[in-house]
Design a protein around this ligand. Structure first.
Ligand SMILES: Nc1ncnc2c1ncn2[C@@H]1O[C@H](COP(=O)(O)OP(=O)(O)OP(=O)(O)O)[C@@H](O)[C@H]1O
Length: 370
């Protein structure tokens, strides 16, 4: 089922939680609503579900306005962060619950319920736990059962609010792969809320980045990663170093460096923000007596953390000027290089190194959102 979100706004007192949100979701799509805490993700999900009413705007399911359609009639399945399984019921009974609650004439027979629940438990690969109670399950198992329970009534839309939020990193990773596979099997239109960019980029067909109640960008994981529409999106999707400065006709002078800024070809001495991801920084030892190249800066290595294949370096720029126009990075510079390179070069904490951005994303300053 397709979903259209049309001009949806929602205010709580004087606080604008959603501000004229428009979004089309295709039938069978898996969408991630991604944004920082308080940006309005859950409010949007609850409005789609019918648990909350928008002040203005409407939600259409397959082209039909849902304004007057009760939550129960919307055909929506939910999974929340805190597994809302019934503690006194077995896993089997939890999954069967929605089927048993159906009005008498729609209710399946006992044999049909048994068949359906068994199939669903097999689908979430937990059929061997049917007779257990929720307290005897791990957090990850409970969430899979919660999903099986939501699927039991064959929802047309599946809404997941930080479904793996309460689980540890390893289980989260397993479950998000599993959710992706499950979605590929079932193709139920699904929307999940997360503040974890890695989760959104890995699982979703499309990522919708929300900030202050507005959609900043909607696109495939690759689109939002490669072509972020705003500084906010760029900063939210991964670690960044931020440099202030000015751009003029495709060249940016930021943090004491001169960098190509082809996206600002038309700029006439305008204030800009340049973002550089830690893995887009080259780090090397400067040549003795050699001048610092125009596209690089000299920085002191203050800390190196080498874990597995990656070395994370923290550096402080030597030539970071404090002029408001041409300031250095806001805090320390973070660089990521291969651990092997770090060992080969034998960098030591305290020494001065040459830092060269391979790539920078330059935005006009007035567009700044973070
Ligand atoms: N019932 C309510 N009454 C008043 N304010 C509310 C209500 N529900 C949400 N808000 C406010 O609206 C804003 C958006 O809330 P929402 O729960 O949608 O954010 P979120 O993006 O899901 O955040 P989180 O990731 O922390 O859950 C928040 O500032 C929140 O405090």
């Amino acid at each position: 089922m397709s979903i259209e979100i049309r001009n949806v706004s929602k205010q709580f007192g004087t606080f604008r939680a959603l501000d004229d949100v428009n979004l089309d979701i295709n039938s069978g799509e898996l969408i991630a609503l991604l944004g920082p805490s308080g940006c309005g993700k859950t409010t949007l999900l609850r409005i789609i579900a019918g648990l909350e009413t928008p002040d203005t705007g409407s939600i259409l399911f397959s082209g039909e306005d849902t304004t007057d359609v009760h939550v129960r009639e919307r055909g929506v399945g939910f999974v929340f962060q805190h597994y809302a399984l019934f503690r006194h019921m077995t896993v089997f009974e939890n999954v069967a619950f929605g089927l048993r609650m159906k009005p008498k004439k729609l209710r399946p027979s006992e044999a049909q319920i048994k068949k359906k629940v068994t199939e669903l438990l097999a689908l979430v690969q937990l059929d061997w736990l049917a007779e257990r109670h929720p307290s005897q399950l791990s957090g990850g198992q409970r969430q899979r059962i919660a999903l099986a329970r939501a699927l039991a009534v064959e929802p047309k839309v599946l809404l997941l609010d930080e479904p793996f939020g309460a689980l540890d990193a390893k289980v989260r990773k397993e479950l998000r792969r599993w959710l992706r596979r499950l979605h590929d099997e079932l193709h139920v239109t699904s929307i999940f809320v997360t503040h974890d960019q890695e989760e959104a980029l890995e699982v979703a067909d499309r990522v919708v980045v929300i900030n202050h109640g507005r959609i900043e960008q909607s696109g495939s994981p690759q689109e939002v990663w490669d072509h972020p529409a705003s500084p906010f999106v760029y900063g939210f999707l991964g670690d960044v170093n931020l440099f202030h400065g000015r751009a003029h006709e495709g060249l940016a002078e930021v943090g004491g460096m001169l960098l190509p800024a082809p996206e600002q070809g038309a700029a006439q001495n305008e204030k800009v923000l340049a973002y550089v991801r830690p893995h887009d920084l080259d780090v090397e030892r400067p040549g003795v007596g050699a001048a610092v190249p125009a596209n690089a800066l000299l920085a002191q290595l203050t800390r190196a953390i080498v874990v597995g294949p990656i070395a994370r370096l923290e550096l402080i720029a030597q030539n970071a000027t404090q002029s408001p126009d041409n300031a250095g990075p806001e805090t320390v510079i973070e660089a990521q290089i291969a651990a092997q390179q770090f060992r080969d070069m034998a960098f030591r904490e305290g020494e001065m190194l040459l830092v060269t951005p391979r790539r920078a994303k330059v935005f006009l300053d007035q567009a700044a959102g973070i």
